[in-house]
Design a protein around this ligand. Structure first.
Ligand SMILES: *[C@@H]1O[C@H](CO)[C@@H](O)[C@H](O)[C@H]1NC(C)=O
Ligand SMILES: *[C@@H]1O[C@H](CO)[C@@H](O)[C@H](O)[C@H]1NC(C)=O
Length: 623
């Protein structure tokens, strides 16, 4: 029994031992994947658990070759660290850590594309057995910015089959980037007979990938406005990224389905004399030629301009568009209306004569293709709006030139005009002057005028109270006659302006009072009289000059005469002394008269002075 007991106890211990061994396998924990950019440094962690101390553990790193074999690259135990020689990693790896804390790190410098492998961390414990873990290394390279090239030549929608639109290129990515074409914002996928995308991948000598993608389409008219571009998707550590190319346009040729013809200028209504510019346009964009023809089918010159049009240019004009590619023709037309305004016709024509107090009706019309409006003007002022002008109860004020202006309100600057001279038949009517009482110096010229209204134009003559008829100057005014006369006055006189025509006469009298002026007063009186009258005499400046010019010689002559007289008197005095007392009395008388003479001479003109002087001298001997 005791033996059995011992045996069963040993078995139990063996079982226990066995179980414990199984439980005590080395556990290795590693990341599935480590991602890193080419050229960067990769770190692969290897965590393990073991009861054994560091002294009882071997650490070995392998990688799995493409053949499936594992290749050892590193070995480490308590005594040494050994990088295997002759592997692709010999110079680029190191392992940090002794494993004492259950972690070692494999560091790979300057990661290469070929390093994209599986790395194995193998742990062997003296008592606990062994264990291993695996990590895949992923390597990335960001591709260059993608480019896009559009087909330069235009593409016609009438082309059968697919047409190449453009090519996108993305270079040097790893792993292989994806290229997707977009039209506007919609991705394009292969659709038989509509869309075809061909992608080709090139592996560069560096191991990087370049992708080229070519898009072909069955082009439609709508594609003329479409924007095409490529989207490139690529992986980087931990994520995917996206870039887009520039947008491109393609030139789409499509035949016209409609054409239109219009008058580009003038805008709005056309009038005679205008130049008409036609425009013809179709909705296609393929090359086409346009021909514009008039109603008779004659082509309009190259410039498509009709110069100086008249109503004879009215009609339907046609534009023909010929597609140079397909030879298809389409046409359109437009109707041209050239508006006109004929010269104004005024009735009565040119001149109308109306009797005083009577009325007159005049019309003014101009033929036009459009409604017109008429206005009448006199002396630049608008007096009436309308075709028919009625003048009632005519007076001489009615006389004058009437202008009618016909305009077309719809077209700026389209107008014509006519005139009518209205004369009011009646006897002369002399405009009363402000002043008919005129003072004037003797021997000066008087200048008179009178304005006469009346029709037919009155005849005017001038007569004076002394029975003379004077030559006058007459000129026709709008309303009648203006007559002027000039004559020299010698004495008070009445001048009469006589006007007459077949209907009667009218007169106006001017009373002219002559003034005889003395030397001292002459300048003053003459000038004031003239300036206060409406009718002008001879100029006062002349009179003043005459006065001054005369006074000085007169004084000189007087002095000489006095000297002469003195000597004569002295002579008589001497003689009288000899003759007796009677001479003495005469002498005193003569002296006083001599004084009078001097005074008179001073205040009078030459002739009188000489006359008096002579008389004075004559008086004394006669006495
Ligand atoms: C493409 O054409 C459209 C319409 O003609 C225009 O609006 C747009 O600016 C163009 N885009 C490019 C990139 O040329
Ligand atoms: C590229 O396309 C493939 C196949 O559709 C896909 O599996 C991959 O994830 C794409 N790559 C990117 C970066 O999106």
């Amino acid at each position: 029994m005791a033996v059995w007991d011992i045996a069963s106890r040993l078995l139990g211990l063996l079982l226990l031992f066995h179980t414990w061994r199984a439980w005590a396998v080395v556990e290795v924990e590693m990341e599935d994947i480590v991602e890193v950019f080419r050229g960067d440094t990769a770190q692969i962690y290897c965590k393990f658990t073991s009861e054994d101390g560091i002294g009882a553990i071997d650490i070995v790193w392998f990688y799995t070759a493409r053949t499936g074999d594992r290749q050892k690259i590193y070995f480490q135990d308590s005594t040494m660290k050994l990088v295997d020689r002759g592997t692709p990693f010999t110079d680029r790896i190191s392992v940090n850590g002794t494993g004492a804390n259950g972690v070692v790190v494999l560091t790979i410098n300057e990661v290469k594309l070929k390093d994209e492998l599986e790395f194995i961390c193998f742990i062997k414990s003296l008592t606990d057995g062994k264990g291993e873990g695996r990590t895949k290394l992923r390597v990335f390279e960001t591709p260059k910015f993608p480019t896009i090239d559009a087909v330069r030549t235009g593409i016609s929608v009438s082309e059968t089959g697919l047409s190449k639109i453009g090519v996108c290129d993305v270079k040097n990515g790893f792993p292989k980037p994806n290229v997707t074409w977009y039209r506007d914002n919609t991705p394009l996928h292969n659709v038989p007979d509509e869309v075809k995308v061909i992608s080709s991948t090139t592996t560069e000598s560096s191991g990087l990938f370049s992708v080229k993608s070519e898009l072909s389409l069955q082009v439609t008219k709508e594609d003329k406005d479409a924007e095409f571009y490529c989207e490139v998707n690529y992986f980087v550590p931990g994520e995917t990224r996206m870039t887009e190319t520039n947008r491109i346009n393609i030139t789409v040729h499509y035949p016209a389905t409609a054409v239109s013809l219009w008058v580009e200028s003038p805008k709005g209504k056309i009038k005679e004399g205008d130049s008409i510019e036609f425009h013809c346009h179709d909705n296609g964009n393929s090359a086409s030629s346009f021909t514009i023809t008039d109603e008779r089918g004659d082509p309009i010159e190259e410039s498509k301009v009709l110069k100086n049009v008249t109503r004879r240019n009215n009609g339907v004009y046609n534009c023909n568009s010929l597609d140079l590619e397909t030879g298809e023709e389409i046409s359109a037309n437009t109707t041209v209306v050239v508006n006109f305004l004929d010269p104004a016709v005024v009735i009565p024509e040119d001149i109308a004569v109306v009797a005083l107090g009577k009325g007159l009706t005049a019309t003014c019309n101009a033929l036009s293709s459009l409604p017109t409006s008429t206005a009448w003007f006199k002396n630049g002022k608008e007096i009436f709006k309308g075709h028919t002008l009625t003048l009632r109860n005519a007076t001489f004020d009615t006389t004058g030139t009437y202008v009618c202006v016909v305009t077309v309100p719809d077209i700026d600057g389209m107008e014509t005009s006519g005139t009518l001279q209205v004369n009011v038949k009646g006897p002369p009517e002399i405009e009363r002057p402000d002043n008919t009482e005129i003072e004037e110096s003797v021997e000066t010229s008087v200048h008179l005028s009178c304005s006469v209204r009346g029709f037919p134009a009155p005849i005017v003559n001038w007569t004076t109270s002394d029975g003379k008829v004077h030559d006058s100057k007459s000129k026709l005014t709008g309303e009648g006659v203006q007559s002027e006369v000039s004559f020299k006055v010698t004495s008070d006189v009445t001048a009469v302006c006589n006007a007459f025509n077949e209907h009667g006469t009218d007169t106006v009298a001017f009373h002219i009072k002559t003034t005889i002026h003395t030397t001292t007063q002459a300048t003053n009186t003459t000038s004031t009289t003239i300036s206060s009258t409406t009718v002008k005499g001879a100029t006062d400046i002349q009179i003043k000059k005459e006065g001054n010019g005369v006074v000085i010689p007169v004084i000189i002559i007087c002095v000489l005469l006095l000297a002469l007289l003195g000597s004569v008197l002295y002579f008589f005095y001497k003689k009288g002394k000899i003759c007796g007392r009677s001479g003495k009395q005469d002498l005193t008388k003569e002296k006083s008269s001599k004084d009078n003479i001097v005074v008179e001479m001073k205040s009078d003109n030459t002739e009188e002075a000489i006359l008096l002087g002579v008389n004075g001298e004559k008086l004394s001997p006669s006495d």
